[in-house]
Ligand binder design. Structure first.
Ligand code: LR7
Ligand code: MN
Length: 586
């Protein structure tokens, strides 16, 4: 996420918008226009039993001509080409508004006031590569039908509804079987998600929008399982509840699945600014990876992937992992593969679990670069994690590591010693699934799908690096790329003191490698470049020396008086206790 977030600061357009599209105007429109549509399509809110939230049973008919995009809705919500946020432009508040917006920010962890000013059916630029626009896809009626599944907990009205409008208005009506909403027991104070939502959904006359409610807060994983269970379409398409689909987003995704049902496909996830709601296009050269903590991370895709695609950027990019929130999968294949791990709570981990499972068990994860969907990226979560954030995330990640990662789970635990003490739950069913599907090893996955991983494929040690003389351990102190490495009292918690000596002779902590460029300067931590050079070391088992290969000098735990809080190389000396290093897990 972080690699994309900086884009948010790119060129804000400072325009002042008056109150022409505030909440009140919107509400008035709701009542009048809703009545109009109901009249037109012969259904009314009284047709619907309140106990039955499934609004697809309200006798609505698809009224669009084949091949026609869902413009009907645009007739209902007038479009205002000069309105705030149109064409994906930033909305910047000033004065009192800005103050008020700040005080509301925490409710959703995005700028709710800005979101509410923007039309629910706002226009967006067509951000596709030009060659994508001229591609010809199979006729919509020949494509698999899709059930869109959106789960939400405490979502804002405007972002949820804008998600729906963008999907309906920018998809061929023939392929949309339904949109399934699953309310993961939003809190009562989110009143708009109750009756107001139930009454609004039948106004979507083009596509059934069905609402289900979880009886208890179940987390996004089990909420999605509920949505999937209700779905009738050939393809399941999961989306977060604060997205905006762009022109032509759906056809390329479905076409890939129609060609091979073992493809699990994601759009490019563009950034909708959490502050201005500006639509910012993300790079098509980015793929998904993960770090030792088992956080999903975006990285630049390697050149070999460009070569595989004959340098055609419109060809789908095979990605080691997916972000998790926005993807489509053949419905039968979803179940063949084991759906989701029901033992996972609230948020986190399921995206890596799904990615590993797809690859290890014979499928493919792709980013379809001709499909763009925007997502409101948030810097923190607005809702509670029952059981505690770290506990929940570590629980989920442990399940990923224990079921799918074989010996490489040691990297996760080295980063996260605490995780070991957190309950794992029963994983026997997931292990049986892996067995039943005859899935390949994690090593196979690293070798064949993700050789660029920062989890090294071949390694000699993973654990602390201790100097017994001082009982101090090599420590990153959470410093960043380019900064000096240091040592501190060994604490046995891993994390900043977790290091791996790789078979290539790198000494790495997550994505940073020990790097020495001169015999007089502090040893630094630099993003691993895999070219040996300043990052190649040799460990001598007999002397326990750690020698820098090109400088031919040894790492010493002696405190460098010239630059405290750093470490240096010294001429290698037999029997110097400060040059002795014990590598955990060697
Ligand atoms: O308990 C919950 N119940 C829910 O229904 C917690 C969340 N949710 C809903 C929530 O309302 C939202 O619609 O689940 C969806 C995802 O939660 P977000 O939007 O709060 O989190 P996120 O955008 O950071 O989530 C990313 O990582 C998650 C890990 O579990 C999921 O995989 C999300 O789907 C994923 N989102 C994306 O991939 C969008 C791109 C972000 C990136 C990278
Ligand atoms: Mn999200």
């Amino acid at each position: 996420i972080t690699s994309v977030i900086w884009l948010l600061f790119v060129s804000a357009v400072f325009v002042y918008f008056s109150d022409l599209c505030d909440r009140k105007a919107e509400d008035a429109l709701d009542a009048a226009e809703v009545a109009a549509i109901r009249g037109r399509h012969g259904s009314s809110s009284t047709d619907r039993k309140t106990s039955d939230l499934d609004s697809s049973k309200t006798g609505r008919k698809k009224s669009r001509k084949p091949g026609m995009i869902g413009r009907m809705i645009n007739k209902v919500l007038p479009s205002n080409p000069n309105g705030p946020g149109e064409m994906g432009k930033a909305v910047v508040l000033t004065g009192e508004d800005e103050e008020k917006a700040k005080s509301m920010f925490g409710v959703n962890q995005f700028n709710l006031m800005v979101s509410e000013r923007i039309a629910l059916n706002r226009s967006l630029p067509d951000v596709r590569m030009s060659q994508c626009k001229s591609k010809v896809y199979p006729a919509p009626e020949t494509l698999p039908k899709v059930s869109v599944v959106i789960v939400f907990h405490n979502e804002a009205w405007s972002t949820l509804l804008r998600s729906l409008y963008s999907i309906i208005n920018r998809s061929p009506v023939e392929v949309l079987e339904e949109i399934i909403l699953v309310d993961d027991k939003s809190e009562d104070k989110f009143e708009h998600l109750k009756t107001r939502l139930e009454e609004y959904l039948p106004t979507f006359t083009e596509v059934p929008v069905r609402l289900f409610r979880m009886p208890d807060r179940s987390g996004l994983i089990r909420a999605r399982l509920k949505g999937a269970k209700e779905a009738k379409g050939d393809v399941l398409l999961f989306l977060d509840a604060h997205i905006e689909a762009t022109e032509g987003w759906l056809e390329p995704l479905l076409t890939r699945i129609a060609g091979n049902k073992k493809r699990v496909v994601c759009p490019i996830i563009d950034v909708i600014s959490d502050d201005t709601f500006e639509y910012i296009t993300a790079s098509d050269m980015t793929w998904g990876g993960f770090n030792w903590k088992l956080n999903f991370r975006w990285y630049t895709a390697p050149n070999r992937e460009m070569v595989r695609r004959n340098h055609d950027r419109t060809q789908p990019l095979q990605s080691p992992t997916m972000a998790g929130g926005l993807f489509a999968i053949d419905r039968e294949y979803f179940y063949e593969l084991g759906a989701y791990d029901e033992g996972m709570d609230v948020w986190g981990g399921e995206n890596l679990e799904f990615s590993f499972r797809v690859w290890q068990c014979g499928g493919v994860v792709e980013i379809v670069t001709c499909s763009h969907v925007g997502h409101v990226f948030r810097k923190s979560t607005p809702y509670k994690f029952p059981g505690g954030t770290a506990t929940v995330i570590n629980h989920n990640s442990r399940r990923v590591a224990e079921v799918w990662m074989d010996e490489y789970k040691d990297f996760f635990y080295a980063m996260n010693q605490n995780a070991k003490s957190i309950a794992l739950g029963d994983i026997s069913e997931r292990l049986a699934l892996r067995d039943k599907l005859g899935c390949k090893s994690f090593k196979w996955y690293l070798e064949n799908i993700y050789p660029e991983s920062i989890v090294p494929i071949e390694y000699k040690s993973i654990g602390e690096m201790r100097n017994p003389k001082t009982s101090r351990c090599l420590d990153t102190f959470s410093r960043k790329n380019g900064e000096a490495v240091a040592s501190s009292a060994c604490h046995n918690f891993g994390g900043n003191q977790a290091w791996s000596l790789t078979a290539k002779g790198e000494i790495e902590n997550d994505e940073l490698c020990l790097d020495a460029s001169s015999s007089s300067a502090p040893v630094r931590m630099v993003t691993c470049h895999r070219k040996k050079e300043n990052q190649e070391w040799k460990y001598d088992v007999a002397s326990k020396h750690l020698q820098h290969v090109s400088l031919k000098m040894c790492l010493s735990a002696v405190t460098d008086t010239n630059s405290p809080d750093s470490m240096r190389l010294y001429p290698c000396q037999a029997n110097d206790p400060y040059q002795v290093w014990e590598l955990g897990g060697y």
